[in-house]
Design a protein around this ligand. Structure first.
Ligand SMILES: [Zn+2]
Length: 200
């Protein structure tokens, strides 16, 4: 069997999504052979990336530690009357890349998933409803992924948002079903955003 130090590294790498035992072993042996600075740079980045980051207290996007609100929430250039609801910060980044959306965001930090035991209280749903209750919002765009969980989450949110008197829209079909916003090409995403439809 392998010596503990490399076995420990393989176990740690295997826990990452999309990395099986084979890839974990390949990465571990790559690091073993690579110049010292490759593994030390990785170790340093891993050691403090969480302490250097925080979640925006308004929209729950990631921001630098010590900041209460992210750049988008603080920007006076963004339309506070529209909130786009996404699952993860990476979905927000995908929408920002197309450069066509000028409103604000709300990051749920996941989706409803009964199978994985994730319910409404595990997501940033309550803070979203509180944001709407504070007023000033006219439209909420539900931009959860076109997956089963993403659809279920949008269906859960629609009546709750609607009852607060805001217009609720959903990204247009056309995004690959089961796909991730994050991987959609920019034109598809732009069409889905501009063709968004009233949800009822
Ligand atoms: Zn924010």
């Amino acid at each position: 069997m392998l010596p503990d130090p490399i076995q420990d590294l393989i176990y740690a790498l295997e826990r990452l999504p999309g990395i099986g035992p084979k890839t974990a072993s390949r990465l571990a042996f790559f690091l073993l052979r690579a110049p010292e600075d490759v593994s030390s740079q990785l170790a340093e980045a891993l050691a403090d990336f969480k302490t250097r980051l925080a979640f925006c207290q308004e929209c729950f996007n990631i921001t630098s530690a010590g900041r209460e609100r992210c750049e988008i929430c603080e920007s006076g250039q963004r339309d506070a009357g529209t909130i786009c609801v996404v699952e993860e910060p990476l979905d927000l980044l995908a929408l920002e890349r197309i450069g066509a959306y000028k409103g604000k965001y709300h990051v749920l930090q996941g989706v409803l998933s009964p199978i994985e035991g994730i319910g409404p209280d595990d997501l940033k749903i309550k803070p979203l409803l509180e944001r709407i209750q504070r007023g000033g919002v006219q439209e909420v765009i539900l931009a959860t992924n076109p997956s089963m969980e993403g659809e279920a989450t949008a269906q859960y949110l629609q009546p709750r948002l609607h009852s607060l008197g805001v217009r609720v829209t959903r990204l247009a079909r056309g995004l690959p079903v089961g796909g991730d916003l994050e991987y959609a090409d920019q034109n598809t995403l732009l069409r889905a955003l501009s063709g968004r439809q009233e949800m009822s």
